[in-house]
Structures are given as structure tokens and as C-alpha cells.
Design a protein. Structure first.
Length: 574
């Protein structure tokens, strides 16, 4: 509920106006049975046509005003709830963008999608229902009880008994429904995650022909979702008929005792008629209240899931300044273990120093900690021990904007978004000139762009599925160059390129550094050989640091990698 209170001040005027309208609408609805009783008692029973016209006119007038108030509160409720939903989605998306790397790992992508869509929609519907129904139902229910008591206090005892029974049933419904709806949301998370995994790996599924396996896994999750939905709805399915039965028995009882009182002259036919209408209104209101409480149960589960995102730890703050740092990079006895991981350090006591304009290649087998070093440089995670310096400054003392303005990362998986080629290339530097774009395309051997239908204005599909893996990687590297940072990090960014193209791109990068510090994460000795320094990792430990020639002589692990890939053909002379 803290989330609702956060946004309430912005919409409180419209909210209270809607409450005012729905209250007047309820009063108009409540006046109808009373006017009808007067028509029967003073008009029909006494054969007075004037009384029929008078009370009938008031009844029509009350109905007309009720319709006006109903239309007004519907418009206000829709405006407030949809505006609230838009604000909540915006803030939730902004939070997700700034969530820390460690906390982002705790929530699956499929779950985040469900929270951004399904949970926000559920809360929006609850806000709409609060303004349209939640106020009206209690007002109508309480008003009907009061007016029924005024009509006949003896018969109203039946109403009090019904309300007590219904209140107990609503309590049981809420108590049983909440955990079931929470499990339903979890099941929805799983199925969204399953769909997302399939869509991301659709080519792999097709290549391996694992359709049956994917269908079986989806069927399992889908069946779980179905069963969770059935169990959650089962409570409502059982409670609603019991409520109807309770109020129906109450109405029949009221009619029975009303007929007895009428026979004794203790009540009028119009009063009994109005009493039965009030009983119907009470039934309708109680059913609405039951539905509202069930909506609130689901909304409570959704709010808790949304709150989990909002209370996640933020990325380190921005400084809102532009600062150009020197390109020197230094790791001082850095150790790190992934949060919620195995507890085994991903890197152990790593130290190295790069001067501005130097190049470093990081090589080692899978799982040796190569990519971890790049994540730590960008402070997607914070080191457990030691420190990292950029331009002589501890990166923990820099704002996130300053740090990431000075480092351009090119990941192994080229993440290109839907839009034009130009928009993707300018992602990190919207002010880049056409000359710098052309130079980056030449250095990355990405001139194929000009052969596309509309050149730089050619449209890329979502995920750039209309490009090959090598084309996407070359554009990704070009984007990193266009950002024009003092430090360029390529995390195995040429893995999809053939040997000739990769050698050409690597040569261009290392020979046209323009005083950039370049860090190459790779598994290829042919890529690492051209760097000024090579860092050899295995199981998170540094097993060697030096030039290609030094490592061939001093580091057996590097020599083994070199021999396995190149067969020692140059005998260490390259």
C-alpha cells in the first residue's frame, strides 16, 4: 500500500471528486425503493393519481441524477487509474534501468515482464474499481440496511443476521485466496520465462530439432498455471453461490414474516416491496464487496512483487557531470565472488596496470574470470577486496555516468536494437559526425552497410535478426569506437568473425588506437599476440602477465594454449 500512498497526492482531487460523484449516485439509487414505497402506499393504495405522479416524478428525477453521477465517476475513474498505471509503469521501468547488477540477477527477466505488464494492470484495475465500485458498494449496503431498518425495525433483524454471515464468508474467502493468487502469479512468471527462453533460442531449437522437449516443458508450466488458476478461482466459485443463497433465504424469510405483519396491519405493502428491493441491493452490494476483496487479494500479491523491484538496491548514483579521465587502468589485488553464486571467487587477487594508450589481452579457458573483469571495471558489480583505478581514481568514488562515459564496452553478444543502422551506431554518442561514423565502419570492416538498401538509414529488426552474427559484431565494435572513450573493452567481440576478417579488424584497432587504452578479452592466441600485454587467467587466478614472447618462455598455460591453437608454427618468433 506504500506504492498507492506515493501516488495519491497527485490524483487526490480527482479521486475525491470521483468519491463525491459515486456517493451521490449511491444516494440516488437508495432513494428509488423509498419513492416506490410511497407510490404504493400513498398513490395506489389510496387511489391518488396525483401522489403517483409526484412520487413517480421524484423517482425518475433521482434515476436521471444517478445516471449523470455514474457517467461522471466512470470518466474520472478511468482517467485517474490509467494515468496512475502509466506513472507506475514509467517509474518501474526507470527503476529496472538503474537496478544494481546483483539485485538484477535475483529476478528473472520473465518475472520482470510479468510485473511490468500483468501486475501493473492488476493494480490499475484495483484503483479503477476502488473509485467506481468500492465506494459505492459499502455506501449502498450500509444505506440499504439503514433505510430497511427505518421501514421496519422488526424485519431488519433478518438483515443484520445476513450481514454477519456474509462478513464471515468474505473473511474466509480472503484468508484462503491470497496464497493461491500469489502462487498463480509465480506460475505466470515461469511460463513467461519459458516463452522468453524459447524466443531467444528459437534458432537453436530449430537447429537441434528439440520441439518435443520444448513443448513438453511448456505443457508442464502451462498445466501448473491452469491448476493454479483453477484453485485460485475455486474459492470464489464456492463463496459466491453461498452468498446468493444466504441473501436469498433472508429475502424469503423477510417476505414470510412481512406477510404476517401485513396481515396484522403492522406494515404496508409498499414497505414490504421496498424492503425486498433493499434486500436485493444488499445482495448486489455484498457480491460486489466480495469481488472487490478478491481483487484486493490479487492486488496485494501484485503490489508485493512490484515493491520487491522498487526496494531492490540501486546502481551507484550519477554525478551529473561530464569528466574526461585519462585512459590508465589499474587493478590492485582485486577479488570478487558473484552474489548468490557458488561462493567460489570468480577472480582471486588480480593485479595489473595499463598506461594510457596501452593494450591488454586477457586470455584463458571458459570460466577463468575474463568477462568478470570487464563487469567489475564498469561497476556492474563491486569488488569484494582490492580496488580498481581509472585515470588514477578509484572507480568507487566516481559517479556511474562519469565511469561509463569513459569506458566503451563491446560485448560478445552484439545487442542491436530495432531502428536504423545510424540510430544503433549513435547509441553511445548521439553527436558523432558522419566522418567519425565512416572511419569506424572502415576500421571494423563494416562497409557492407553501404550495400544495404538505404545505407545508414536501413532498418534493423528487433535483435538485428536481418544481419549475420559477424555483421552484428562488426557494427557493435563500430558503435564502441564511435562512443570515443579513453578506454575500449572488447569482450570476445570478434568471436563470430572468420580468421581473416578478425585479423583485419584487430590490426586496425591496435594500429589506430588514437591513444585509446584497449582491453581485449579473447580465447584466441592470434588475437592476444598483438597486444602490448597479455594477462593469463585460470580459475580466477593470474598465471601470467607480460608480452607474448615473455609468456611463451615463462607461462606454461599460455604456451599450451598457443601450441594447441597455432601448433607452435612460428616457434615463438611471432
Amino acid at each position: 500500500m506504500d506504492i498507492l500512498r506515493k501516488y495519491f497526492p497527485k490524483y487526490k482531487r480527482l479521486f475525491f471528486l470521483a468519491v463525491f460523484c459515486v456517493s451521490l449516485e449511491s444516494i440516488c439509487d437508495l432513494m428509488g425503493p423509498t419513492f416506490m414505497a410511497q407510490i404504493l402506499n400513498k398513490g395506489i393504495e389510496k387511489q391518488s393519481l396525483a401522489a403517483v405522479y409526484y412520487w413517480g416524478g421524484l423517482m425518475i428525477l433521482a434515476t436521471a441524477f444517478g445516471a449523470v453521477f455514474a457517467i461522471s465517476r466512470n470518466i474520472l475513474a478511468s482517467k485517474v487509474s490509467q494515468s496512475f498505471g502509466a506513472d507506475l509503469r514509467y517509474d518501474l521501468f526507470s527503476k529496472i534501468l538503474h537496478i544494481s547488477g546483483g539485485d538484477a540477477d535475483k529476478i528473472e527477466n520473465g518475472s520482470l515482464i510479468t510485473r511490468m505488464t500483468g501486475d501493473v494492470t492488476q493494480v490499475t484495475q484495483a484503483v479503477n474499481g476502488t473509485m467506481r465500485i468500492f465506494i459505492k458498494a459499502p455506501v449502498t449496503c450500509i444505506g440499504s440496511i439503514i433505510l430497511a431498518s427505518v421501514l421496519n425495525l422488526r424485519l431488519s433483524i433478518i438483515v443484520y443476521c445476513i450481514v454477519i454471515v456474509v462478513g464471515f464468508l468474505i473473511y474466509i474467502s480472503m484468508k484462503l485466496s491470497y496464497p493461491l493468487f500469489f502462487r498463480l502469479q509465480k506460475a505466470m512468471d515461469r511460463i513467461n520465462t519459458r516463452i522468453e527462453e524459447y524466443l531467444i533460442g528459437i534458432r537453436l531449437v530449430k537447429a537441434f530439432g528439440t520441439y518435443d522437449n520444448e513443448i513438453q516443458k511448456f505443457d508442464t508450466d502451462n498445466t501448473t498455471l491452469m491448476n493454479s488458476g483453477v484453485k485460485a478461482q475455486m474459492i470464489i466459485t464456492l463463496i459466491a453461490p453461498l452468498l446468493t443463497l444466504t441473501v436469498g433465504l433472508g429475502t424469503a424469510t423477510a417476505l414470510y414474516f412481512g406477510s404476517i405483519l401485513f396481515g396484522k396491519g403492522l406494515t404496508h405493502a409498499g414497505d414490504i416491496s421496498a424492503f425486498t428491493v433493499y434486500m436485493a441491493q444488499i445482495l448486489s452490494s455484498l457480491l460486489m464487496i466480495t469481488n472487490i476483496f478478491n481483487i484486493f487479494v490479487r492486488t496485494k500479491a501484485s503490489l508485493e512483487r512490484i515493491k520487491e523491484v522498487f526496494t531492490s538496491k540501486d546502481d551507484f548514483p550519477q554525478s551529473n557531470v561530464k569528466e574526461q579521465l585519462a585512459g590508465s587502468v589499474q587493478f590492485e589485488d582485486v577479488s570478487f565472488s558473484y552474489p548468490k553464486g557458488s561462493g567460489i571467487p570468480a577472480i582471486n587477487h588480480i593485479s595489473f596496470a595499463l598506461k594510457e594508450g596501452e593494450s591488454l589481452a586477457i586470455i584463458g579457458p571458459t570460466g577463468s574470470g575474463k568477462s568478470t573483469i570487464t563487469w567489475l571495471m564498469l561497476r556492474l558489480y563491486d569488488v569484494d577486496k582490492g580496488r580498481i583505478l581509472l585515470g588514477g581514481k578509484d572507480i568507487r568514488n566516481l559517479g556511474s555516468d562519469v565511469l561509463r562515459q569513459n569506458i566503451a564496452l563491446v560485448p560478445q553478444k552484439a545487442m542491436l536494437v530495432s531502428g536504423t543502422v545510424r540510430e544503433n551506431l549513435l547509441w553511445g554518442n548521439s553527436e558523432a559526425s558522419d566522418e567519425s561514423i565512416e572511419e569506424a565502419l572502415i576500421q571494423t570492416d563494416a562497409l557492407f552497410v553501404h550495400e544495404m538498401g538505404q545505407g545508414l538509414s536501413s532498418t534493423l529488426s528487433s535483435g538485428a535478426t536481418n544481419l549475420s552474427g559477424g555483421q552484428k559484431q562488426r557494427l557493435s565494435i563500430a558503435r564502441g569506437l564511435i562512443k570515443d572513450c579513453p578506454v575500449l573493452v572488447l569482450d570476445d567481440a570478434t568471436s563470430a568473425l572468420d580468421a581473416i576478417t578478425e585479423a583485419k579488424v584487430r590490426s586496425n584497432l591496435l594500429s589506430h588506437k588514437n591513444n585509446k587504452t584497449i582491453i581485449l578479452v579473447t580465447q584466441r592466441c592470434s588475437t592476444a599476440m598483438g597486444a602490448d600485454k597479455i594477462l593469463v587467467l585460470e580459475n580466477g587466478y593470474c598465471l601470467g602477465l607480460g608480452s607474448h614472447q615473455q609468456l611463451l618462455k615463462e607461462c606454461q598455460v599460455y604456451k599450451d594454449i598457443y601450441d594447441s591453437q597455432l601448433g607452435g608454427l612460428d616457434n615463438g618468433t611471432s
